[in-house]
Design a protein around this ligand. Structure first.
Ligand code: DC
Length: 229
C-alpha cells in the first residue's frame, strides 16, 4: 500500500505551500485536489455552463482533459486544460469561489473521486484538500487538519497577492474567505471538517518552516511505528 499523508483545512491555512514542500522533500507525489474543482469551474465558464446545472457540470468533471506538465527542470507544474495553459485562470479569487460552488454538487464530487485516488503511487502521496482524510483517503497514514485564525489566513493571502504584484483588499479577502469556509463546511456532501482521527494543527503564529518540520516529524514517527508493527 502506498503511504498517504492527507492535509485538509480551510482556504489560506497554508496547505498548498506546506503540501508542496513536504512532497518535494519526501520525493512523494502531490495531489492538489482543489485544482481539480477549480478546473471544473474554469471549464464551465469557458463553455457557458451555468453553475446551477448539475448534469453538464458532472460531465465536465468526469471528462476533464487536464494535464499537469512539469517544466523548468521539475521546478514548476503547469496546468493545461483542453490543450491550453490555464494557470493564470486557476489561482484567482473567482476561480476559488466558483470551485467552492461546483464542489457542493455531489455528482461533481463523485466524478472526481477515482481520479483523485489514482494519484496514489509509490513511493507515497501528499494529498491536499478538504476531504482527503474523511472521504478520498480514509485509510491515510497521517491526517492533518491545518487551520489558522480567519484574520491570519486573510493576511497571508493578502501578502501572497501583493508579492505577485496583484491588487488586494484585506477586508474583502477576509469576507470572501469566511463565505467560502461557510459554504465548504455547511454543504451536505463531504463537508470541510477534521476526520475523527486527524491531528488538528492550529498554525496561527507558527512559521511555515516550523509547520513543515512538525508534520514531517509526526509522519516519520507514524511510518516508523507502522514499519516495526
Ligand atoms: O484548496 P483550493 O482553495 O484550491 O480549493 C478551492 C475550492 O474547492 C474550495 O473552496 C472547496 C473546493 N474543494 C473541495 O470541496 N474539496 C477538495 N478536496 C478540495 C477543494
Amino acid at each position: 500500500m502506498t503511504p498517504v499523508l492527507a492535509i485538509d483545512g480551510p482556504g489560506g491555512a497554508g496547505k498548498g505551500t506546506v503540501s508542496k514542500r513536504l512532497a518535494e522533500s519526501l520525493g512523494w507525489h502531490l495531489l492538489d485536489s482543489g485544482a481539480l474543482y477549480r478546473l471544473v469551474g474554469v471549464a464551465a465558464r469557458k463553455r457557458d455552463v451555468e453553475f446551477s446545472n448539475d448534469a453538464p457540470l458532472s460531465d465536465i468533471a468526469r471528462n476533464l482533459d487536464v494535464e499537469f506538465r512539469i517544466v523548468e527542470g521539475g521546478e514548476l507544474v503547469q496546468t493545461w486544460l483542453d490543450g491550453e495553459p490555464v494557470d493564470h485562470l486557476l489561482r484567482t479569487e473567482t476561480a476559488g469561489s466558483d470551485a467552492s460552488v461546483v464542489a457542493a454538487i455531489p455528482a461533481v464530487r463523485d466524478a472526481l473521486l477515482q481520479r483523485q485516488r489514482d494519484f496514489a503511487h509509490p513511493p507515497g502521496l501528499v494529498a491536499d484538500g478538504r476531504d482527503m482524510g474523511t472521504v478520498v483517503f480514509p485509510e491515510a497514514d497521517l491526517k492533518v487538519f491545518l487551520t489558522a485564525s480567519a484574520e491570519e489566513r486573510a493576511q497571508r493571502r493578502y501578502k501572497q497577492l501583493k508579492e505577485q504584484g496583484l491588487s488586494a483588499n484585506l477586508r474583502a479577502l477576509r469576507e470572501e474567505l469566511e463565505a467560502r469556509d461557510r459554504r465548504d463546511s455547511e454543504r451536505a456532501t463531504a463537508p470541510l471538517k477534521p476526520a475523527p482521527d486527524a491531528w488538528v494543527f492550529d498554525t496561527t503564529g507558527v512559521g511555515i518552516d516550523q509547520v513543515v518540520a512538525m508534520i514531517r516529524e509526526r509522519l516519520e514517527g507514524v511510518l516508523s511505528s507502522r514499519g516495526s508493527a
